[in-house]
Design a protein around this ligand. Structure first.
Ligand code: URA
Length: 213
C-alpha cells in the first residue's frame, strides 16, 4: 500500500514492473504536499510503445489517483478512440505527480524535483514515441521554449533519460475545450501518434513508421 491509499481507479497493472514505477511517498515540494490528496502515478502498460506526458494532476485526477480522468481526459479518450487506440494500450503520465494548488502551472523547482520519477518511467518503458500534451511538458522535455500551437504535430528528437527519443508535440487536450478550432488538429496529432508508434491498427498495420522521419 502506498500513501496514495487505494490503487488507481481504472486499472494500472499490478505487475511487479508497474509497482516499481510507483512513487510510494515524496515530500520534496511543500506546496504540492499541502495541496495534494495523493500522488498520481502514471497508468498503462510498462511496455507501451506510446507514452503521453501531461503537465500535472487536476482536481479529478487528484481525487481518483489516475492521470487524465477529468474533462481533458474525456477529450484525450475521444481522440484515442477516434484513432483506433484503447486507453489500455498506451501509458499516460505527468511531469509532476501531485496537484498544484488552484491548478497553477508547476514551478521550475517542482518540475525539477519530479524529473527523476518521469525519467525512470521513460527509461523503463523505452517507448517508440513520447507525446507531450501541452506547452509545459513540451518545454520540460525538450529543454527549450516551445510555441505549442505552431509546433503541435511536429516530431523531434531529444535526449531524454539517457537516450535519444522521438517526441511528438501536441497541444493540451484542454485547449480544445477553450478553443473548438483546435479540436481537429488535436485529433489528427493523436491519430499520427498511433500510426508513428505502430500502436494503432491503422495503415501501418502495427509497425512503427518512425524510421521514415
Ligand atoms: N491535465 C494534465 O496535464 N494532466 C492530467 O493528468 C490532467 C489534466
Amino acid at each position: 500500500m502506498t500513501e496514495n491509499g487505494d490503487a488507481p481507479a481504472g486499472g494500472a497493472s499490478e505487475s511487479a514492473l508497474d509497482e516499481d514505477l510507483r512513487v510510494p511517498s515524496c515530500e520534496r515540494c511543500p506546496a504540492l504536499v499541502e495541496s495534494r490528496s495523493r500522488i498520481v502515478d502514471g497508468v498503462g502498460p510498462t511496455d507501451a510503445d506510446l507514452l503521453f506526458v501531461g503537465e500535472g494532476p487536476g482536481a479529478q485526477e487528484d481525487e481518483q489517483g489516475e492521470p487524465f480522468v477529468g474533462r481533458s481526459g474525456d477529450v484525450l479518450d475521444d481522440a484515442l478512440r477516434d484513432a483506433g487506440l484503447a486507453r489500455a494500450d498506451v501509458r499516460i503520465t505527468n511531469c509532476v505527480r501531485c496537484r498544484p494548488p488552484d491548478n497553477r502551472d508547476p514551478t521550475g523547482e517542482e518540475l525539477a524535483n519530479c524529473r527523476g520519477h518521469l525519467e525512470s518511467e521513460i527509461h523503463r518503458l523505452d517507448p517508440e514515441l513520447i507525446v507531450t500534451l501541452g506547452k509545459v511538458p513540451s518545454e520540460h522535455l525538450l529543454d527549450r521554449s516551445v510555441a505549442i500551437t505552431a509546433e503541435s504535430g511536429e516530431v523531434v528528437d531529444a535526449r531524454i533519460a539517457g537516450a535519444s527519443r522521438r517526441v511528438l508535440l501536441s497541444v493540451h487536450p484542454a485547449a480544445t475545450l477553450y478553443d473548438r478550432s483546435q479540436r481537429d488538429g488535436f485529433f489528427e496529432t493523436i491519430a499520427r501518434a498511433g500510426e508513428l508508434s505502430g500502436t494503432a491498427g491503422g495503415e501501418s498495420g502495427g509497425q512503427s513508421r518512425l524510421g521514415e522521419f
